[in-house]
Ligand binder design. Structure first.
Ligand code: KIV
Ligand code: ZN
Length: 496
């Protein structure tokens, strides 16, 4: 098997997405998760671009041991000096320097000539090599750079000491065959190419980032630059999870990575939640529907043998076994199977009754999830919880200050507290925090009605951060304030 190096740029190219910026603590959290996932290189930032990026590179260098930490620069000495300083604590360090090589970049960005660009590229690589042994060169907009000229640039930078040569399709323009042919051309025409690793870096403007990356790999690239969930500038970058699973599914390619694929889904959730960037439901590998079979025929096939409609075992990417989406078209057997997965066994009469209710609700509601099923089955999710709600009373209205009084049962002991708040939920949560006195922060809070009537159940999903970890909680109640407190308590019950 040939080894393919995974270069993750979630914290640099991915983090350039407007509104997705992370603070240093959050970046460290992601970097540690990337280390667990098994990436080879973490591009931690562009140190000269901001004090935030500079500090993040320093802190990530301290927090992470195994992967190489990479810092981006332009082909400018000052950028390289700052990157060297930011990387001073990294156990394994790399400088990623480069310059635009396509005619539009040379003419409009640099008002320069092809020969001068080669000189600047060589000077930058030589300068970076004075400080670190591992220097990656990027030929920005290589996708639209003529192959013959690109080969001259790549040959010159390898001679100057580049250890990795990155061939970005910066604008996401190339066709897979064209991008693959470009990599093949370099592999065959550059003198000294065996002294460097060729890297792909593909953007997804035409939806071809993963296809282009794979075409590059098949034609000789041995590093891929990717992001979690494919986030990145404009339409994003190549998704790490897609490349890792393609190679796992197509072993005949003879190429392997160091990725522990069972960490893919938790990493995807972490990045999505920290960056407030939802993953599209039909996103390959990590989307909510990626393993969800909803038609009756598919469900029947999957229940008989998963190989009928599944090419990936969801467990391989860290997803629990909940691949059947229950809809109004699902049979009684599918409901029984889901209840069994959730640990609920019902006798035949009770199952008939739950199935009737299920069909009624599924008719009104397209997307039935595990929480809905548990509520319909009348399961008390809190039966084994350490903390339970004894009572909740809330006074609120127009022109009065909301007040909540709350009673909790904690491991058999009763506690009470009262609090005012900006709204009834705020008052109830403040009362809860008076009893459970820990440093907790509410990160996400969503309320949904199970169906659409005003007399129906409300569902609350919450994320609470405690001790640098995010916990997910759920509550369902006809009283939306009680559902919110239940969801918060659900989070607390999961604290380690
Ligand atoms: O897309 C691109 O060209 C880049 C380079 C800076 C590597 O992100
Ligand atoms: Zn990029």
């Amino acid at each position: 098997m040939d080894r393919l190096y995974i270069f993750d740029t979630t914290l640099r190219d991915g983090e350039q997405v407007p509104g997705c910026q992370l603070n240093t603590v959050e970046k460290i959290q992601v970097a540690k998760q990337l280390e667990l996932l098994g990436v080879d290189v973490i591009e931690a930032g562009f140190p000269i671009s901001s004090p935030g990026d500079y500090n993040s590179v320093i802190e990530i260098s301290k927090a992470v041991t195994w992967p190489t930490i990479c810092a981006l620069t332009r082909a400018v000495e000052k950028d390289i000096d700052v990157a060297v300083e930011a990387l001073r604590f990294a156990k394994h360090k790399r400088i990623h320097t480069g310059i635009g090589t396509s005619d539009p970049h040379i003419k409009y960005k640099f008002n320069s000539t092809r020969e001068e660009i080669i000189e600047r590229a060589v000077a930058a690589v030589k300068y970076a090599r004075r400080f670190v042994d591992d220097v990656e060169f990027y030929a920005e907009d290589a996708g639209r750079t003529e192959n013959e000229y690109l080969a001259r640039v790549v040959e010159a930078v390898i001679k100057a000491g580049a250890t990795v040569v990155n061939i970005p399709d910066t604008t996401g323009y190339c066709l897979p065959a064209e991008y693959g042919a470009k990599i093949k051309y370099l592999a065959e025409h550059v003198d000294g190419i065996d002294r460097a690793i060729i890297s792909t870096h593909c953007h997804n403007d035409l939806g071809m980032a993963t296809a282009n990356t794979m075409s590059g790999v098949i034609n000789g690239a041995r590093q891929v630059e990717v992001t979690i969930n494919g986030i990145g500038e404009r339409a994003g970058n190549t998704s790490l999870e897609e490349v890792a699973m393609i190679l796992k599914c197509h072993k005949h390619l003879g190429i392997e990575t160091n990725i522990n694929t069972t960490k893919i889904y938790p990493t995807s959730r972490m990045v999505s939640s920290l960056m407030n960037m939802p993953v599209q439901p039909n996103k390959a590998i990590v989307g909510k529907n990626a393993f969800a079979h909803s038609s009756g025929i598919h469900q029947d096939g999957v229940l008989k043998n998963v190989q009928t409609y599944e090419i990936i075992d969801p467990h391989d990417v860290g997803i629990d076994d909940n691949s059947i989406v229950l809809t109004a078209r699902s049979g009684r057997a599918a409901l029984k199977n889901r209840l069994a997965v959730l640990g609920v066994k019902l006798d035949s009469d009770k199952l008939d009754k739950v199935y009737e209710d299920f069909l009624r609700l599924a008719d009104k509601k397209k997307d039935m999830n595990d929480d809905d099923i548990l509520v319909l089955a009348g399961v008390d999710r809190t039966a084994n919880h350490r903390i339970k709600m004894d009572y909740l009373q809330v006074t609120s209205g127009v022109g009065v200050k909301p007040v909540a009084s709350l009673g909790l049962n904690i491991a058999g002991e009763h506690f009470e507290a009262c609090a005012c708040g900006n709204g009834p939920v705020d008052a109830a949560i403040k009362a809860l925090k008076k009893i459970v006195n820990r440093q907790m922060t509410l990160r996400e809070f969503t309320i949904q009605a199970i169906s659409r009537g005003s007399d129906d159940m409300g569902k609350v999903h919450m994320q609470v951060e405690y001790d640098n970890q995010v916990y997910y909680g759920f509550g369902a109640n006809t009283d939306i304030i009680a559902a919110s407190v239940e969801a918060y308590i659900d989070c607390i019950n999961k604290f380690k």
